[in-house]
Design a protein around this ligand. Structure first.
Ligand code: HEM
Length: 337
């Protein structure tokens, strides 16, 4: 446990060390800048795969997951975790199944977490998965939001057109880049609104009370597990007007960002244990969704109406769509890849 950032229960020396290594190697502005080519290359791998498979049904859930995993594994080890062009191979399918299983087993809360007295009879094979988990845990948060952003935009064609026009205006015949996308304020507001309405980790990551303390007159005993319901906060009408409607406007001219300083907006948590990868994650979402919208037109299998997309979600630590988002790509005529 002590060799994993997320699973480290307290802010121990090894946690501090891992966080500062992460900060220097992946999360600082300098590191993010020097990894920009990786984000672009991996997204373009996906674009070229979709181009080759134009007109065929694409499972965006898997493809976005694989692309994000490749961005991170290339930054860490100079190697891809998935062969994006080999999705029919057993190796690809096995890796996808393994990764999903490990995430589920290591992050879902079990009976033992609520009744520590049962610790001795924990049948829950957490430990087996932990080594693998350490390698891949950093990818899980990101997959949810890219897909949700795509879904949200597919369901609202007016918004989709606005986003595309904004991107086209910023790009103006140039190559799509992170710098140009960061000037697209409407697009960014849509991403933030997606993160609000579909908080990817609705209860954040379980925290541990290191000391007995009082919060709003509630006594929190030392060693209690503390769960923060970020999902409920994001839907609270005391903080958000028309809280459950998709209103990207609320983020125009708003100072609310992903640094954890606005407690009504906590997709990346807050405080010492907040997500150190929030800025990287935001860039990943921007590049991935921006490219998919810029280079392709999308339709649903059998010509179905986009407003009929099944939006149900299921929860196991992260919020996932109940059914995968299946879309058919068609290369847009005005653009070259
Ligand atoms: C949309 C994408 C992402 C979301 C929504 C997200 C969200 C979160 C949340 C809610 C936490 C727990 C914060 C808390 O409990 O207060 C967390 C922790 C963490 N995240 Fe992310 N994350 C994302 C992407 C990433 C990426 C891309 C990386 C790394 C490249 C990353 C690395 C981490 C790490 C290492 C921690 C543990 C920090 C600690 O315990 O000290 N995350 N993330």
């Amino acid at each position: 446990m002590n060799s994993s950032i997320v699973l480290s229960p307290d802010c121990s020396k090894s946690w501090k060390l891992l966080r500062s290594i992460g900060q220097n190697c992946g999360f600082s502005s300098k590191a993010m800048e020097s990894n920009a080519w990786i984000r672009k290359a991996k997204v373009m791998d996906l674009v070229s795969h979709l181009q080759t498979n134009e007109g065929k049904v694409a499972n965006l859930e898997d493809m976005m997951f694989a692309t994000l995993a490749n961005i991170i594994s290339t930054a860490l080890t100079s190697r891809n975790l998935f062969d994006i062009h080999g999705q029919e191979n057993n190796e690809y399918k096995d890796m996808m199944a393994l990764v999903n299983e490990v995430i589920e087993k290591t992050t879902t809360l079990g009976l033992v977490d609520f009744l520590p007295i049962l610790k001795g009879i924990d049948f829950w094979s957490k430990k087996k998965a932990i080594d693998m988990y350490q390698k891949i845990q950093q990818t899980w948060g990101g997959i949810i939001d890219e897909r949700k952003s795509m879904e949200q935009l597919m369901r609202n064609q007016e918004m989709l057109t606005k986003v595309r026009d904004e991107i086209a205006q910023a790009v103006e015949g140039d190559e799509l880049s992170e710098t140009l996308l960061s000037q697209c304020h409407y697009f960014q507001a849509c991403i933030k609104e997606t993160l609000t309405l579909h908080v990817p980790a609705p209860m954040l990551v379980p925290h541990l009370a290191l000391e007995t303390c009082k919060v709003n007159n509630y006594l929190i005993p030392k060693d209690s597990m503390v769960l923060v319901n970020a999902w409920a906060i994001a839907q609270d009408p005391n903080y958000w007007e028309e809280a459950t409607s998709f209103k990207s406007k609320r983020f125009f001219d708003s100072k609310i960002g992903h640094r954890g300083t606005h407690f009504e907006y906590l997709p990346f948590g807050t405080g010492r244990r907040m997500c150190p990868g929030s800025a990287v994650a935001f860039k990943n979402i921007q590049m991935l969704v921006g490219s998919l919208l810029h280079y392709f037109d999308w339709s649903l299998p059998n010509g179905a109406d986009p407003t009929t997309i099944d939006t149900n979600e299921k929860y196991f630590t992260t919020l996932k769509k109940e059914k995968p988002l299946l879309l058919i790509p068609k290369l847009r005529k005005l653009n070259t890849v």
